[in-house]
Design a protein around this ligand. Sequence first.
Ligand SMILES: [Zn+2]
Length: 407
Amino acid sequence: MTTRRLYYDDAFTTEFTARVISCESALIPSFPEAKAPAWEVVLDQTAFYPTSGGQPHDLGKVGEANVIDVRDAKDEIIHIVDQAVELGEAKCCINWPRRFDHMQQHTGQHLLSAMFQERFGLPTVSFHLGTEICTVDLRGPEPAEEILEGAERAANQVIFEDRRVNVRYGTAEQLAQVGVRKEVDRDGILRAIEIESADLQPCGGTHVKSTGQIGMLLVRRCAKVRQDWRVEFVCGRRAERFARRDFQLLRRLAEGLRCAPEEVVAASERALTERDAHFKNVRTLLQRLAEAEAVAALQSTNVSANGIRVVARVFGEDTQEEYLAQLSTQLAKFEKTVALLARSASGQVIFAQHPGAGKDLNALLKQTLQRFPGKGGGTPDFVRARLNENERAEEAISFAKGLISAA
Ligand SMILES: [Zn+2]
């Protein structure tokens, strides 16, 4: 039997009485939303909107049972509920805040799509009402910032004028004659939603009574999705929430940057420029420090029996990994010099030599890693490794120093 759809004629029905025609245990695999056993209920009439046409289903109650999903099954509407209900009369109610939010977003979508099409020649090819964000996919060239703003402003103008939203019925031909936005190729009587002097669009969804009830429409990001442009928007309470959240973010940023909210862009640009300058500065200073430290290290290192100078050092946590490489490079600039460096905090090891020193540092590393396991490699003149046990860095360096000084 055909379920009478009360929401077609009155989208503002929140409570109604209906006859329960059937209640059968639902097959769980076909209803993954139902985490526990569920039942399929069919009523003689319903105000519950089923998921369809881009609008999500309603929630609410049929008798004592909670409605967890509503599905459109051709003539019937199937209510998925969390407990069995008895046949016969049942009092039903819709979760109104959820439904009204959907009506605001959905009517806002009609309006926004109309503005993109009428004013900027960008037709909507699909839309989606998400739990957070709603989207319309536009076909055509990329909408510039002015177009996004223009469509938003035009939609809000129609909202402020509080125009009536009417339901009209007619054949596809009749609707085409009065300028329907999207022509449909379907027989019989169609339902269309008219926003006075703004839009006429075939739709079976639920809508507010007048545009003022949309409250406010905010257009947000636009991104390319396949060949189309996906424009994010929110209406009503969501617009309020997003605007509030945006301002809180801005305020936190401003507090962090110690400036007024309107100065955030300039202040963050300044902070980034300063950061880059400091970064460059630090690199230059580290370079100079490495040069100076290399000279000092050589002066305090004796030449070993085989004519090689071995500078062995283990650094603590306060020395950056990058500095080890800088220092080893500086040391390797000196004739017959080998640098054996490590960082105890990370177990990082660098061996480097002046090519004239003539040692095979790869072989030295291999021997060292046999005793102190880790991973690494390089060329005969420069190797890097990381020890598995960083606290053995000191031992590993003196072991390597022993090997190379004796060779
Ligand atoms: Zn609609």
